[in-house]
Write a protein that binds this ligand. Structure first.
Ligand code: G3P
Ligand code: CA
Length: 268
């Protein structure tokens, strides 16, 4: 390829739409998945949590108030924890108007609806287990839903990464389904990387915490599948920062503005 010919490793950098293309559509909605698709971005990131009645839904915060009209619809239910509301209640909420009136009526997707849309668009999924310590058993439940939708079949393996800030939870995912690609969110000390490599294929750090030495140290360790650990870094929203981390050798860039990042990398 041109990238190999010119020796520019950044041409292989994967661009991931963070919470969907969340600069252009309300985060973690189907509209944000479609916005990424319309930009030609095939990887989307989301956050999975669980309702009071045990349904998996897509939202970043552990409370409903920032990204829906929950305060208006349920004024006496502060602090609007996801785990205090049934799916029926959550489906009554508007998850788009806070972002722009253009997205009025957008809803909080279930994991199943979300995966269906990603599949329909032929996209790939970087699924985050968000605050799994609040939801005992969410690892097994999430993997079960993924399996039912065919996401754990051999041919789809390359379309799915499960990530978390919670190392215990990620270790559980790896133990239950060792074939699934996993990413640990954080910046472990270099001397601890071998421990993470028991259950994580990726180390996914805040881009402000890394340099080329750190990225090289991560790449020098092999993960549970015998491949060098990868680095997907977040949340990079401007071209110069993307060029900088690409130069450090990161494998992926997680961004709210995937078009901006892709264009910056294309210009290298
Ligand atoms: O994908 C990385 C990033 O999503 C981690 O931080 O807070 O946006 O979930 P946060
Ligand atoms: Ca996330």
């Amino acid at each position: 390829t041109a990238a190999e010919a010119t020796g520019h490793p950044h041409h292989h950098t994967t661009t991931v739409a963070h919470r969907g293309a969340s600069a252009y559509a309300p985060e973690n909605t189907l509209a944000a998945v479609d916005a990424a698709d319309e930009l030609g971005i095939d990887w989307v990131e989301n956050d999975v949590q669980r309702t009071k009645d045990g349904e998996l839904v897509i939202m970043h915060d552990t409370t409903l108030d920032r990204t829906t009209n929950a305060e208006e619809v349920f004024p006496d239910r502060a602090p609007w924890k996801i785990s205090d509301f049934t799916l029926d209640e959550i489906e009554k909420l508007d998850a788009g108007s806070w972002f722009s009136s253009r997205f009025a009526g957008e809803t909080v997707p279930t994991l199943e609806e979300y995966m269906d849309r990603v599949s329909d668009n032929h996209q790939k999924l970087l699924l985050e287990l968000k605050a799994p310590e609040l939801y005992p058993g969410i690892e097994r439940q999430t993997l079960r839903e993924l399996r039912h939708e065919g996401w754990l079949d051999g041919k789809h393996r390359k379309r799915l990464i499960v990530q978390s800030f919670n190392a215990t939870s990620l270790r559980t995912v790896h133990g239950l389904r060792p074939g699934v690609t996993t990413g640990y969110l954080g910046t472990p000390a270099v001397e601890d990387l071998a421990q993470y490599a028991e259950f994580a294929d990726q180390i996914n750090p805040n881009y402000r915490t890394i340099d080329s030495g750190y990225v090289a140290a991560v790449h020098a360790v092999c993960g549970p599948h015998g491949r060098p650990l990868e680095v997907f870094t977040w949340t990079v929203n401007d071209g110069p920062s993307a060029v900088s981390v690409a130069g450090m050798g990161v494998d992926g860039i997680i961004t709210n503005k995937p078009d901006v990042i892709r264009d910056a990398l294309d210009d290298l």
